[in-house]
Design a binder for this molecule. Structure first.
Ligand code: SAM
Length: 249
């Protein structure tokens, strides 16, 4: 039916495209892509010959009006980004807002998203989390942002680029303390998928010592702030406390 379809695409492993995603991409009249050349490769891999148009941060508002005209002509449109779920640190917000305001349906398909995929295997609390996108590239702004999140009890999720990973880990250590537990998920769903976890000071050392850890795509996750009552004791401490209790009169 005539609608704007939001279609997630793989974040590294082509096997992660869904059969419904392929069906929609084949059937719509037009696919709005963040980068038509980049998505062209994915689409031709799956034999999809649907017409493409570019929709990126710089033309999104103008292009949205043009897409609304297409919908008005009875043509269905799909939105994809370079990888993962559109709108999640990717273009699409203004398009979805304007299409809804114009009274057309927006139909989402579920699919790959680096943040959720990384979180699901991180071992960090997943009952409450805050997705924070990319940290600022300037140190002062980055430290301000992290300081504002210092007492947040939720798991924090950041996207990170490989050339900034050391700086970001240093800022996390400075703002949240060197003991803060973090998980760094790299190249998720790809050949060199790696999860590094531990106190931020340890992970930072590992990343500094091994340049391979500074390559590829990265999701950084931080354990939320633990209040003193909730602090987890190590098994050794708990055993020692039990023994001491047994000695009490
Ligand atoms: N919309 C995408 C999504 O749903 O995940 C995210 C787009 S954002 C421009 C790109 C960032 O996502 C990368 O810098 C990295 O932080 C993260 N990312 C994407 N693919 C990844 C992967 N395979 N492994 C780890 N992180 C990934």
């Amino acid at each position: 039916s005539v609608a704007l379809y939001i279609v997630p695409t793989p974040i590294g492993n082509l096997g992660d495209i869904s059969s419904r995603a392929l069906e929609v991409l084949n059937q719509v009249a037009l696919i709005a892509c963040e980068d038509t050349r980049h998505s062209g490769k994915l689409l031709s891999h799956f034999g999809i010959e649907t017409r493409k148009t570019a929709l990126h941060d710089h033309n999104e508002r103008d292009r949205a009006q043009w897409i609304i005209q297409k919908l008005g002509n009875g043509e269905a449109v799909a939105l994809i980004s370079d990888a993962g779920t559109p709108l999640i640190s990717d273009p699409g917000y203004h398009l979805v807002k304007q299409v809804r305001e114009a009274g057309f349906n927006v139909i989402p398909l579920p699919g790959p998203c680096a943040a959720i995929t990384a979180l699901s295997a991180s071992g960090l609390p997943s009952d409450r989390f805050s997705f924070e996108g990319f940290l600022p590239s300037k140190e002062k702004a980055r430290l301000d942002k992290l300081t504002a999140l210092k007492d947040d009890p939720r798991t924090l999720i950041f996207y990170e680029s490989p050339h900034r990973i050391v700086h970001s880990l240093e800022s996390i250590m400075a703002a949240l303390g060197e003991e803060r537990e973090i998980v760094m998920a790299r190249e998720v769903t790809k050949t060199f998928e790696t999860f590094l976890s531990g106190p931020v000071a340890e992970v930072l050392q590992t990343v500094k010592d091994d340049p391979n850890q500074q390559r590829g795509e990265i999701v950084l996750m931080c354990h939320g702030h633990r209040s003193d009552e909730e602090a987890e004791f190590s098994p050794t401490v708990i055993n020692t406390l039990k023994l001491l209790c047994e000695e009490l009169p």
